[in-house]
Design a protein around this ligand. Structure first.
Ligand code: UDP
Length: 251
Protein backbone atom coordinates (compact mmCIF):
# COMPACT_ATOMS: atom_id res chain seq x y z
CA UNK A 1 0.00 0.00 0.00
CA UNK A 2 1.28 3.46 -0.81
CA UNK A 3 1.35 5.28 2.48
CA UNK A 4 -0.21 8.67 2.52
CA UNK A 5 2.71 11.08 2.47
CA UNK A 6 1.20 13.74 4.72
CA UNK A 7 2.24 14.53 8.23
CA UNK A 8 -0.42 14.08 10.90
CA UNK A 9 -1.51 15.89 14.00
CA UNK A 10 -3.07 13.89 16.82
CA UNK A 11 -6.06 15.47 18.55
CA UNK A 12 -7.39 13.57 21.58
CA UNK A 13 -5.87 10.34 20.19
CA UNK A 14 -7.38 10.77 16.73
CA UNK A 15 -4.94 11.32 13.85
CA UNK A 16 -5.79 14.10 11.39
CA UNK A 17 -3.85 14.50 8.17
CA UNK A 18 -2.22 17.77 7.25
CA UNK A 19 -4.13 18.15 3.99
CA UNK A 20 -5.96 20.74 1.94
CA UNK A 21 -8.76 19.95 -0.50
CA UNK A 22 -6.24 19.97 -3.35
CA UNK A 23 -3.66 17.74 -1.67
CA UNK A 24 -6.42 15.31 -0.67
CA UNK A 25 -7.49 15.03 -4.31
CA UNK A 26 -3.85 14.67 -5.41
CA UNK A 27 -3.40 11.79 -2.95
CA UNK A 28 -6.59 10.07 -4.09
CA UNK A 29 -5.51 10.54 -7.72
CA UNK A 30 -2.36 8.52 -6.94
CA UNK A 31 -4.30 5.80 -5.15
CA UNK A 32 -6.83 5.26 -7.93
CA UNK A 33 -3.99 4.77 -10.43
CA UNK A 34 -2.14 2.22 -8.30
CA UNK A 35 -1.60 -1.27 -9.72
CA UNK A 36 -2.70 -3.62 -8.33
CA UNK A 37 -5.60 -1.78 -6.69
CA UNK A 38 -5.56 -1.80 -2.90
CA UNK A 39 -8.23 -0.37 -0.71
CA UNK A 40 -7.58 2.96 1.01
CA UNK A 41 -10.06 4.12 3.62
CA UNK A 42 -10.81 7.82 4.07
CA UNK A 43 -12.61 9.19 7.15
CA UNK A 44 -14.11 12.68 7.23
CA UNK A 45 -13.39 13.53 10.85
CA UNK A 46 -15.12 16.29 12.80
CA UNK A 47 -15.25 17.03 16.55
CA UNK A 48 -18.32 14.80 16.94
CA UNK A 49 -16.25 11.88 15.58
CA UNK A 50 -13.48 12.60 18.07
CA UNK A 51 -15.88 12.69 21.00
CA UNK A 52 -17.67 9.55 19.81
CA UNK A 53 -14.31 7.76 19.54
CA UNK A 54 -13.62 8.52 23.22
CA UNK A 55 -16.62 6.36 24.11
CA UNK A 56 -16.28 3.79 21.34
CA UNK A 57 -12.87 2.13 21.16
CA UNK A 58 -13.80 0.19 18.01
CA UNK A 59 -14.51 3.47 16.25
CA UNK A 60 -11.23 4.92 17.58
CA UNK A 61 -9.37 1.92 16.13
CA UNK A 62 -11.05 2.47 12.75
CA UNK A 63 -9.96 6.12 12.69
CA UNK A 64 -6.43 5.20 13.76
CA UNK A 65 -6.03 2.65 10.96
CA UNK A 66 -7.62 4.76 8.20
CA UNK A 67 -5.30 5.76 5.37
CA UNK A 68 -6.50 9.35 5.40
CA UNK A 69 -8.39 11.30 8.08
CA UNK A 70 -9.43 14.64 6.66
CA UNK A 71 -10.28 17.62 8.89
CA UNK A 72 -14.00 17.96 8.16
CA UNK A 73 -14.69 20.39 10.99
CA UNK A 74 -13.34 23.85 11.73
CA UNK A 75 -12.91 22.81 15.39
CA UNK A 76 -10.09 20.49 14.32
CA UNK A 77 -8.31 23.33 12.53
CA UNK A 78 -8.50 25.45 15.70
CA UNK A 79 -7.38 22.56 17.91
CA UNK A 80 -4.38 21.91 15.63
CA UNK A 81 -3.42 25.60 15.88
CA UNK A 82 -3.54 25.40 19.69
CA UNK A 83 -0.94 22.63 19.40
CA UNK A 84 1.20 24.84 17.13
CA UNK A 85 0.60 22.49 14.16
CA UNK A 86 -2.16 24.32 12.31
CA UNK A 87 -3.94 22.31 9.62
CA UNK A 88 -4.12 24.20 6.30
CA UNK A 89 -7.92 24.37 6.08
CA UNK A 90 -11.18 22.60 6.76
CA UNK A 91 -11.71 19.95 4.06
CA UNK A 92 -15.48 19.50 3.85
CA UNK A 93 -16.37 15.90 3.05
CA UNK A 94 -19.57 17.06 1.35
CA UNK A 95 -17.43 19.08 -1.12
CA UNK A 96 -14.75 16.44 -1.48
CA UNK A 97 -17.29 13.89 -2.70
CA UNK A 98 -18.30 16.17 -5.57
CA UNK A 99 -14.68 16.77 -6.62
CA UNK A 100 -14.00 13.05 -6.31
CA UNK A 101 -16.96 12.23 -8.56
CA UNK A 102 -15.45 14.60 -11.13
CA UNK A 103 -12.08 12.88 -10.71
CA UNK A 104 -13.74 9.50 -11.32
CA UNK A 105 -15.28 10.84 -14.54
CA UNK A 106 -11.92 12.20 -15.68
CA UNK A 107 -10.00 9.03 -14.87
CA UNK A 108 -12.67 6.56 -16.04
CA UNK A 109 -13.16 5.08 -12.55
CA UNK A 110 -16.38 3.42 -11.52
CA UNK A 111 -18.23 4.96 -8.58
CA UNK A 112 -20.65 3.03 -6.33
CA UNK A 113 -23.06 4.95 -4.06
CA UNK A 114 -24.15 3.03 -0.96
CA UNK A 115 -26.54 4.21 1.75
CA UNK A 116 -28.89 7.14 2.43
CA UNK A 117 -32.69 6.87 2.30
CA UNK A 118 -34.46 4.80 -0.37
CA UNK A 119 -33.86 6.23 -3.85
CA UNK A 120 -31.45 8.97 -2.77
CA UNK A 121 -28.26 7.24 -3.95
CA UNK A 122 -29.81 6.45 -7.35
CA UNK A 123 -30.94 10.05 -7.78
CA UNK A 124 -27.53 11.36 -6.70
CA UNK A 125 -25.95 9.09 -9.33
CA UNK A 126 -28.14 10.60 -12.04
CA UNK A 127 -27.30 14.12 -10.91
CA UNK A 128 -23.59 13.33 -10.90
CA UNK A 129 -23.78 11.83 -14.39
CA UNK A 130 -25.51 14.96 -15.67
CA UNK A 131 -22.83 17.13 -14.03
CA UNK A 132 -19.79 15.07 -14.93
CA UNK A 133 -20.21 13.64 -18.43
CA UNK A 134 -18.74 10.18 -18.87
CA UNK A 135 -18.98 9.33 -15.17
CA UNK A 136 -19.63 5.61 -14.72
CA UNK A 137 -21.94 4.83 -11.82
CA UNK A 138 -21.08 1.23 -10.96
CA UNK A 139 -24.22 0.98 -8.85
CA UNK A 140 -26.31 2.55 -6.15
CA UNK A 141 -28.01 0.88 -3.22
CA UNK A 142 -29.73 2.24 -0.15
CA UNK A 143 -29.07 -0.82 2.04
CA UNK A 144 -28.20 -0.59 5.70
CA UNK A 145 -25.25 -1.41 7.98
CA UNK A 146 -27.26 -4.35 9.41
CA UNK A 147 -24.87 -7.38 9.43
CA UNK A 148 -27.65 -9.48 7.85
CA UNK A 149 -27.27 -7.40 4.65
CA UNK A 150 -23.49 -7.33 4.68
CA UNK A 151 -22.65 -10.14 2.28
CA UNK A 152 -25.33 -9.17 -0.21
CA UNK A 153 -24.04 -5.58 -0.33
CA UNK A 154 -20.42 -6.69 -0.69
CA UNK A 155 -21.44 -8.92 -3.60
CA UNK A 156 -23.18 -6.01 -5.33
CA UNK A 157 -20.12 -3.78 -5.00
CA UNK A 158 -17.65 -6.43 -6.14
CA UNK A 159 -19.69 -7.67 -9.10
CA UNK A 160 -20.14 -4.06 -10.26
CA UNK A 161 -16.33 -3.78 -10.57
CA UNK A 162 -16.32 -0.75 -8.35
CA UNK A 163 -13.23 1.46 -8.07
CA UNK A 164 -14.45 4.15 -5.68
CA UNK A 165 -17.07 3.56 -2.97
CA UNK A 166 -19.12 6.13 -1.07
CA UNK A 167 -20.83 4.85 2.09
CA UNK A 168 -23.64 7.03 3.51
CA UNK A 169 -24.72 5.21 6.68
CA UNK A 170 -23.75 8.05 9.05
CA UNK A 171 -20.79 7.82 11.46
CA UNK A 172 -19.61 5.61 13.04
CA UNK A 173 -21.51 2.87 11.18
CA UNK A 174 -20.27 3.82 7.71
CA UNK A 175 -16.62 3.89 8.78
CA UNK A 176 -16.92 0.63 10.69
CA UNK A 177 -18.67 -0.94 7.71
CA UNK A 178 -15.75 -0.07 5.43
CA UNK A 179 -13.13 -1.25 7.94
CA UNK A 180 -14.98 -4.53 8.48
CA UNK A 181 -15.23 -5.25 4.77
CA UNK A 182 -12.03 -3.74 3.42
CA UNK A 183 -10.47 -7.08 2.52
CA UNK A 184 -13.56 -8.28 0.64
CA UNK A 185 -14.23 -5.37 -1.70
CA UNK A 186 -12.41 -6.60 -4.81
CA UNK A 187 -11.21 -3.78 -7.05
CA UNK A 188 -12.26 -0.94 -4.74
CA UNK A 189 -9.24 1.33 -4.23
CA UNK A 190 -10.85 4.20 -2.32
CA UNK A 191 -13.73 3.92 0.18
CA UNK A 192 -15.04 6.90 2.08
CA UNK A 193 -17.80 7.41 4.64
CA UNK A 194 -19.78 10.41 3.46
CA UNK A 195 -22.51 11.06 6.08
CA UNK A 196 -25.38 13.08 4.67
CA UNK A 197 -23.56 14.23 1.51
CA UNK A 198 -25.98 12.51 -0.89
CA UNK A 199 -28.81 14.39 0.81
CA UNK A 200 -27.01 17.61 -0.15
CA UNK A 201 -26.42 16.40 -3.72
CA UNK A 202 -30.11 15.61 -4.20
CA UNK A 203 -31.34 18.74 -2.40
CA UNK A 204 -33.06 16.79 0.41
CA UNK A 205 -31.09 19.02 2.78
CA UNK A 206 -29.21 22.20 2.00
CA UNK A 207 -25.78 23.34 3.06
CA UNK A 208 -25.33 26.69 4.77
CA UNK A 209 -25.03 29.75 2.48
CA UNK A 210 -21.45 30.53 1.46
CA UNK A 211 -21.22 33.55 3.78
CA UNK A 212 -22.16 31.35 6.76
CA UNK A 213 -19.53 28.81 5.68
CA UNK A 214 -16.98 31.65 5.39
CA UNK A 215 -17.71 32.62 8.99
CA UNK A 216 -17.03 28.98 10.01
CA UNK A 217 -20.59 28.74 11.33
CA UNK A 218 -21.91 25.88 9.23
CA UNK A 219 -22.27 23.80 12.43
CA UNK A 220 -24.63 26.49 13.85
CA UNK A 221 -26.69 26.59 10.65
CA UNK A 222 -27.06 22.81 10.82
CA UNK A 223 -28.15 22.99 14.45
CA UNK A 224 -30.82 25.59 13.63
CA UNK A 225 -32.08 23.61 10.60
CA UNK A 226 -31.98 20.24 12.37
CA UNK A 227 -32.56 21.05 16.06
CA UNK A 228 -32.89 17.36 16.95
CA UNK A 229 -29.10 17.30 16.59
CA UNK A 230 -28.61 19.38 19.74
CA UNK A 231 -27.72 16.40 21.91
CA UNK A 232 -25.09 15.18 19.45
CA UNK A 233 -23.75 18.69 19.10
CA UNK A 234 -23.14 19.01 22.84
CA UNK A 235 -19.96 17.26 21.78
CA UNK A 236 -18.68 20.57 20.39
CA UNK A 237 -18.16 22.52 23.66
CA UNK A 238 -16.80 19.37 25.33
CA UNK A 239 -14.40 18.88 22.44
CA UNK A 240 -13.25 22.50 22.66
CA UNK A 241 -12.53 22.24 26.39
CA UNK A 242 -10.67 18.92 26.12
CA UNK A 243 -8.65 19.95 23.06
CA UNK A 244 -7.65 23.18 24.78
CA UNK A 245 -6.55 21.31 27.90
CA UNK A 246 -4.61 18.83 25.74
CA UNK A 247 -2.76 21.64 23.95
CA UNK A 248 -1.90 23.37 27.26
CA UNK A 249 -0.57 20.17 28.85
CA UNK A 250 1.61 19.47 25.78
CA UNK A 251 3.53 22.72 26.10
N1 UDP B 1 -28.33 6.54 6.95
C1 UDP B 1 -28.57 5.32 6.30
N2 UDP B 1 -28.75 4.20 7.04
C2 UDP B 1 -28.70 4.22 8.40
C3 UDP B 1 -28.45 5.47 9.05
C4 UDP B 1 -28.25 6.60 8.30
O1 UDP B 1 -28.60 5.26 5.09
O2 UDP B 1 -28.86 3.18 9.02
C5 UDP B 1 -28.09 7.73 6.14
C6 UDP B 1 -29.06 8.88 6.27
O3 UDP B 1 -30.18 8.69 5.41
C7 UDP B 1 -28.22 10.05 5.80
C8 UDP B 1 -26.81 9.62 6.14
O4 UDP B 1 -26.87 8.29 6.57
O5 UDP B 1 -28.30 10.19 4.40
C9 UDP B 1 -26.11 10.44 7.15
O6 UDP B 1 -26.77 10.43 8.37
P1 UDP B 1 -26.46 11.53 9.47
O7 UDP B 1 -27.20 12.77 9.17
O8 UDP B 1 -26.70 10.89 10.78
O9 UDP B 1 -24.89 11.72 9.30
P2 UDP B 1 -23.97 13.03 9.30
O10 UDP B 1 -24.24 13.80 8.04
O11 UDP B 1 -24.28 13.77 10.54
O12 UDP B 1 -22.61 12.41 9.30
Amino acid sequence: MTANSHSRVTILNVPIDHVSMQSTLDQIGLWVDEEPAQLHQICTVNPEFVMQARKDTDFLAVLQQADLCIPDGIGLVYASAWQGKRLPERVAGSELVNHLAELCAYKGKRLFLLGAAEGVAAKAGEIYQAHYPGLQIAGSWSGSPDPAENDDIVEKIVSAETDVLYVAFGAPNQDKWIARNKDKLGSVCVAIGIGGSLDFVTGRTSRAPQWVQNLSLEWLYRLLKEPWRWRRMLALPKFTALALIESLTQR
